[in-house]
Design a protein around this ligand. Sequence first.
Ligand SMILES: N[C@@H](CCC(=O)N[C@@H](CS)C(=O)NCC(=O)O)C(=O)O
Length: 389
Amino acid sequence: MERLGLDQRVSQYCPHDHQPNLHPSLPGNTDVRWLVLCLDLLHSSMNKLVDGEWRTDAHEMTGEDGAFERQETPFRNEIRDNPDARFQPEAGRYHLYVSYACPWAHRTLLVRAMKGLEDAISVSIVDPYRDEDGWQFTPEKEGCTPDHLYGSDYLRELYVEADSDATCRVTVPVLWDKQEETIVNNESSEVLRMLDTEFDEISNRDVDLYPEGYQDEVDRIIDEIYEPINNGVYRAGFATNQEPYDEAIDDLFGALAHWDEVLADQRYLAGDRLTEADICMFTTLVRFDQVYHTHFMCNVQFVREYENLWPYLRDLYQTGVADHREETAGVSQTVNMDHIKEHYYTTHPDVTPSGIIARGPDLEFEAPHDRDELPGGPPSALAASSADD
Ligand SMILES: N[C@@H](CCC(=O)N[C@@H](CS)C(=O)NCC(=O)O)C(=O)O
């Protein structure tokens, strides 16, 4: 699916033999470009399922004060490594629906890759461009796949299959159970925890991202970075008033400064161990300079200008690849910057109406980071030296 440029969309409304950008049934000087932008706006922010029906007039993303409001995630079942559990860890039973573009979905892809769960948990990848029909499957497009299970056209079909009365936004990631043919969970922090802690018998790598002795700290950090950083970039980008934008920016850059300082003396957010907290930080930081800085107006500072956050980001980016198979990925193989950029710049007409994808900056994620001088390191199964094993 390609997003048409503004002029192409305008020409769909304006007869060819008429003056450019004017429509015969509209008052003489009404520029159709404005109407097309208004339609874009209306549709982009208002689509969701209501009682199992797809509606494009149902949702406001901001409250009355212009502050961005994220919906509560509706599917919250759990996979448990316990014989009485409804959803048990089993190789081949679960499927992930993700977008490479989405930072929340990216968390789950990262854990799947780090734990070596590629054979056990299959994946379908949606089109990065999302229009008023929501996430779509366009297997012909680079980096996208079909819905491997049902051949659906839209992700929303899966939501309705799971709950014919669903009233919710249709979001990624989705963890699907092939056995019961339903959604297990679509909350990324819970999906990533399940993949990390419940699949040890199935995982082919000895990687624990929620290690004993660190768990309280990991939970505390995930919670602490969510509002100012992970959600903070969205609060800034989707604000429709100055005040909530300013608040989001203060929170965001205050938190980034804090963590930059913490990372001066320790390799990872929770100390010397790479944990789920780093995964949650990574998926925001890796999008920051190329997308959030410009598109979401988070332009006080680039991540690449921070003394410690930038090497920390490169360190994480270079973690992994302990297997010969191409699809068994390290961190870098889960980053699809083309999908990331296409998604943000073309999918939010209220933020970037032209849909033009900003070119830069070119970042050297592969440059040396020197963070290995600090105590600790990644799990040995993910250490660089095992790349040729
Ligand atoms: N709480 C969810 C949020 C997921 C989410 O908002 N995903 C975005 C993509 S980045 C989405 O699918 N948005 C579609 C929509 O809101 O209509 C999680 O962390 O899993």
